[in-house]
Write a protein of this length. Structure first.
Length: 480
């Protein structure tokens, strides 16, 4: 890791027209699967979830094999596979895998060894070992013989990762992988849902719970229209969950300014990254508009620094994709990371001075993206304010403003159709209306569960323990 180019101890206190998603009303026996999501900083995988700090990593609890071995995995739309630690690695034998848990294929009656060619590399995490297949259970459903990367040879992080992204996001390109099917395709093939799709509601920054719904959409969890956007391929290959970002505007509480340069641009929707990474010129313009000039070098990237009090500002940044805007308030963009996040980057306690926070809109140099090494990212800071749907059958993304004060659940199944999902009727618009200029208002409250609407309704509901802001900072290394 490169050393920080600035001495933080000397710092003074710093100061979305697209068609909508087509769904069909719930039938007598719709195939949808609901799963709860929580956030936390630190806590063992078997305990209730605590809201220590929101917005960094998002996890769910699963079991693997027979007898079942419980593990906690990061939900990552920036990768495509299930990669877990093994108790056989030196890292885990050193007592480092107690929080997320680990999986030992040799003690599972249902595991099948495939080869020893597994190697994955993320921004911080690397794992090396075997490819196996085994049964995975979560939310009361069991998926049989899912490909699993087992870090039995080496690992440097306690984090387990389950990718829900596109084909090229640490997916079919990995050497020796048993199957080129993504996670969503595997769940679809298992027959528990009728489309390779998932809807993700992270809930507002600082909340305790969110939800995932496989094969359907809950219209109570967003406002306005669920706009449908095509996944944008790179050189004809659908490698990532990327869409075209067409407009950016920001309001400092007094006036609204728009950015015209570098747009439209291709951005990835990534729950495995906590910040927003834009073209450097755009990020710098936004930072300067809010009086942010200080930078902090973290791993290979620069992060802007600002006063933590800016989180209370009425300012908002709005992102457009050809239709309604997704509005992101300062409370999602100004964060004080827990010491465990800094420690995962090798930074000591007290690295950030009292009252200094990270500002989560930062930049990449254009040449890094143009060369294919990196891709611009809308991570957790953005997605906490959006209702996000991925449908791999049609290669489409659904986006709407998240509703932080939802009423009763209204679950609709994503209909399998030739050519994918093509539009949504007015009768299935989200709760309330979306005001493109408004800041999302945090209201709190628990996330409604996927409540059955018929005698045989198949809502896949979560056990205790879900999407979480976790103890190690996790970001996908995008040089794939």
């Amino acid at each position: 890791m490169k050393s920080a180019p600035m001495r933080l101890a000397e710092l003074s206190l710093l100061l979305a027209s697209a068609d909508a998603l087509t769904l069909r009303p719930a039938r007598a026996n719709p195939k949808v699967v609901g799963y709860g999501i929580n956030r936390r900083d630190t806590s063992p995988y078997f305990t209730p979830v605590y809201n220590y700090f929101a917005g960094f990593d998002y996890t769910i609890n699963i079991t693997i094999g027979s007898p079942p071995q419980p593990v906690m995995v990061v939900v990552d739309t920036g990768s495509s596979n299930l990669i877990v630690n093994s108790p056989q690695s030196d890292f885990c034998q050193g007592g480092n895998c107690t929080q997320y848990g680990s999986y030992d294929p040799t003690t599972s009656d249902t595991s099948k060894w495939y080869n020893n060619l597994m190697y994955t590399q993320y921004e911080i995490e690397t794992q090396k070992g075997a490819w196996v297949t085994d049964d995975v259970t979560f939310g009361g459903k069991t998926l049989t013989q899912i490909p699993i990367g087992s870090g039995n040879e080496s690992s440097n992080s306690d984090i387990n990762i389950w990718g829900f992204g596109g084909n090229g996001q640490l997916g079919g390109s990995l050497p020796g992988i048993p199957s080129n099917d993504t996670t969503l395709k595997s769940i679809h093939k298992s027959g528990v849902i009728n489309s390779a799709s998932v809807s993700i509601y992270l809930n507002q920054t600082g909340s305790e719970t969110g939800s995932m719904l496989f094969g359907g959409v809950d219209t109570s969890l967003y406002t306005g229209t669920l706009q449908t956007l095509p996944v944008v391929p790179r050189d004809g290959f659908y490698d990532r969950l990327t869409v075209n970002l067409t407009t950016i505007s920001y309001n400092d509480g007094k006036s609204t300014k728009s950015i015209d340069t570098h747009l439209p641009t291709r951005v990835m929707l990534d729950t495995g990254n906590f910040d927003i990474k834009l073209p450097l010129e755009i990020a710098t313009a936004i930072q300067k508009s809010f009086g942010i000039t200080q930078q902090f070098h973290l791993k290979e990237y620069d992060f802007a620094l600002t006063a933590c009090s800016m989180a209370d500002s009425p300012a908002v940044v709005s992102f457009g994709f050809g239709g309604e805007l997704i509005n992101v308030p300062m409370s999602s963009l100004v964060v004080n990371p827990p010491e465990s996040i800094l420690a995962s980057y090798g930074l000591p306690q007290g690295t950030l001075p009292e009252g200094v926070c990270l500002f989560l809109i930062n930049g990449f140099k254009d040449e890094l993206v143009e060369s294919g090494q990196l891709v611009y990212i809308l991570g957790g800071a953005f997605l906490a304010n959006a209702y996000f749907v991925s449908d791999e059958d049609s290669q489409e993304i659904g986006l709407a403003q998240a509703n932080f004060n939802p009423g009763p659940s209204n679950i609709l199944e994503i209909a399998p159709a030739n050519g994918g999902i093509a539009g949504i009727s007015n009768s299935t618009a989200g709760s309330g209306t979306s005001n493109p200029g408004a800041t999302p208002t945090p209201t709190g409250g628990a996330v409604p569960s996927a409540t059955p609407t018929g005698d045989a309704m198949k809502a896949w509901q979560a056990p205790t323990g879900w999407i979480v802001a976790a103890a190690g900072a996790f970001g996908l290394l995008l040089s794939i």
